[in-house]
Structures are given as C-alpha cells and as structure tokens.
Design a binder for this molecule. Structure first.
Ligand code: UD1
Length: 334
C-alpha cells in the first residue's frame, strides 16, 4: 500500500514507519518538525533500507496538505501528528485545540477530496478520563470523555468524535482508532528512540534524563495510592510492539469505525519501573517521594483482548526489553 504517515518523524511515527517499510509498504511522511528532527529520516533509512519521501508540511496549511494528497494516491493514512504535552496543553489550550483538531479536520478534508478511504488515528487511554480509578482495567466499550483533566486529552476525545461523525457521513470510510497506553523503549538498533524537545513530562524520559545527570533527581509523585507499593501503576508498552499494532490494524481494516486498546494488559508501578531501570543500568538513581501530581489515577491498565481477537496482535516485548533498548539508544546517541 501507499501510506501517508503524518507525524512520521516523531517517536511512535518513526517506529511505525520502520515496521510499515519492513512489511513492504511504501511510506511518505508529512511532518512540520515541530517536535522532531529531520535526521530521523536517515536513521529510518539505515534501519529499513528505504528513505521515505518527506513533506515538511504543517497540517494547518490546507493548501500544502492537499498538494501532498494530489501528488500521490494514498491507500491509507496513519495520523500521528499532534501536540502531546499535558502540562503545556493546560497553559496553551487554544494552541492545542487549533493544532490537533484543525489539523485533523484538514487531513480529513484532503482525504475526502482525493478519495482516500482508510484512516488509522493515534488516540490515547486518556480518553477514558477518570474511569481507571474504579476498575483499573479499561475496555473499549466504556464511556469516554468523562473526567478528562487537560486540553490535550480533550483533543484526543474530540478527534475521536469528529472521526465517528465523518464515518457516519461517508459509509465508504474505514477508520481505526488506536488508544495507546504508556509507550516506552526504542528500536533495537538504538538509532531511534524518544527524544522530546525541552523538559519531558513522562516517566521514562525523565528517568533517562536523571540517569544521564541532565536532571538532578526523580520525584516519585506519591507513595500513598491504593496499590501494593503505594505508587501509581501504568500499562507500559514497548514502542516496537505498539508500532506493530498499527500494521495489524492496517491489515484488518473494516468499514466504519473500529476502536482498539493497544496495551499489554499488565500494570507496573512507578517503583517497579525505577527498580528495573536501576537493576538493568547498574546505577542507582537520585530520587525522592513527592506530592501526588494533579490528575493522576492510581491504576491505568488496558484490557487488550479485543486487539488480540480481531487484530491478532499482542505485546511480545517486556519492560526489561524497553529499558535495555532505551539504554542502548542513549549509549549510541550520547
Ligand atoms: C500521561 C498523561 C496522558 C498522556 C500520556 C502520554 C496525565 C495525567 N496523563 O500519562 O494523558 O496520554 O502521558 O503522553 O498527565 N511519574 C512520576 N515522576 C515523574 C513523572 C511521572 O512519579 O517525574 C509517575 C506519574 O505520577 C504516573 C506515572 O509516572 O503515575 C506515569 O506518568 P506519565 O509518564 O506522565 O504518564 P501518564 O500520567 O500515565
């Protein structure tokens, strides 16, 4: 297939691009390089043997976006492009709503205008809002959009709705919404990994910065949650498993809208992550217990059985793999 990957130079987009190329697809990337680097293209080539055609285009620029679609007849679009920093979204909500929502609307318009009928959208477990507190385990059929605590999360939820409404108006559209849990790790080659601009928000990038001495210490946000060790638990998923989930989704697209959780189904605590990182790296990390972070839930975990049943996909890599691959990425890139 000819596939357009928006946000293809980003963390999950680049790993997915590699899996698509490995499976024999032709990939073009559209990215504005807001939170990624052009060098990623060379690294994709080194790993996969193919350098994807690259369009430095902002989805907010509808004219340029449409030109990309008129230039190549795509069979499918995988849409990663978007802003994803929770804290920043609270400070700059309009920027988040404009970029993520208007960007997606422009993409859907360009797809419609050029007859592209397959879309995979990069959503998040964040759309379940505060559901995780009660059951911990999240199922696709649960209500979404209740108790979301930040504009970033709302954009994901709103985009899901926009896609649903678009699919109602165009019955020939197949859209698959993938709700990611907590992606971690890096490609085995160590060439690509997570490289956020500025100070990271998520646990693993912070742990790695502390490990490198670029941040003074790790603050564990709360040890008084109702979990075995008192720290929060999350469903961490290796980014390569996540990337392969997109491939499975692409191979099993159905008319209408399908929704799948992409997670491991196993929740791991913050303390367990830190212990594993220290064990595998052989280095103790400076750390202290801090206050709870606003908006955090005790347990967030996928029920991934639908993806297994319908997409024949499940995670294969472990947290130890993710940490070892992250350390390999740091070694190669430092
Ligand atoms: C967060 C977002 C979620 C988003 C996801 C991916 C919130 C409430 N949720 O998920 O919407 O989809 O990132 O970008 O922001 N932790 C520490 N110390 C740190 C950093 C994190 O103890 O310095 C803990 C957190 O309290 C949490 C766990 O590590 O319990 C994971 O945090 P994080 O990586 O930010 O992911 P989520 O909060 O699960």
């Amino acid at each position: 297939m000819n596939i357009l990957v928006t946000g293809g130079t980003g963390y999950i987009g680049s790993h997915t691009t590699i899996e698509l190329i490995r499976a024999g697809h032709t990939v073009e990337i559209l990215d504005n390089l807001f939170n990624s680097k052009i060098e990623v293209l060379d690294k994709i080539e080194k790993i996969s043997g193919v350098k994807p055609i690259f369009h430095k285009v902002d989805l907010l620029d509808y004219g340029s976006t449409l030109r990309v679609f008129k230039n190549t007849q795509f069979d499918a679009v995988i849409h990663f492009a978007g802003m994803k920093a929770v804290g920043e979204s609270v400070e700059k909500p309009l920027m988040y709503y404009e970029n993520n929502i208007q960007g997606t609307i422009n993409l859907l318009k360009a797809m419609n205008e050029t007859g592209v009928k397959k879309l995979i959208f990069s959503s998040s477990a964040t759309v379940y809002g505060d559901k995780g507190d009660k059951s911990g385990e999240l199922v696709e059929t649960m209500t979404t959009g209740v108790g979301i605590t930040n504009p970033y999360g709302w954009t994901k939820s709103m985009i899901e709705q926009i896609i649903r409404d678009t699919a109602v108006s165009d019955l020939s559209l197949s859209a698959t919404i993938l709700r990611y849990f907590n992606p971690v790790g890096a490609d085995k080659s160590g060439l690509i990994g997570e490289d956020p601009n500025g100070i990271p928000n998520n646990l693993m990038p912070i742990v790695t910065k502390v490990y490198q001495g670029k941040l003074p210490k790790l603050i564990i946000y709360g040890n008084d949650y109702a979990t075995e060790d008192g720290s929060c638990k999350r469903d961490f998923i290796h980014v390569t498993d996540l990337a392969k989930g997109h491939l499975s989704a692409l191979e099993h697209m159905e008319p209408g809208v399908s929704v799948y959780n992409l997670g491991s189904g196993k929740a791991t605590s913050v303390f367990e992550i830190v212990n594993a990182f220290e064990r595998i790296s052989g280095k103790e990390l400076p750390k202290e217990i801090g206050e709870r972070r606003a908006g955090d839930l005790a347990v967030v975990c996928a029920n991934p059985s639908l993806a297994y049943k319908k997409l024949n996909w499940k995670t294969e890599l472990t947290i130890d793999d993710a940490i070892a691959d992250t350390l390999n990425y740091l070694k190669i890139n430092s």
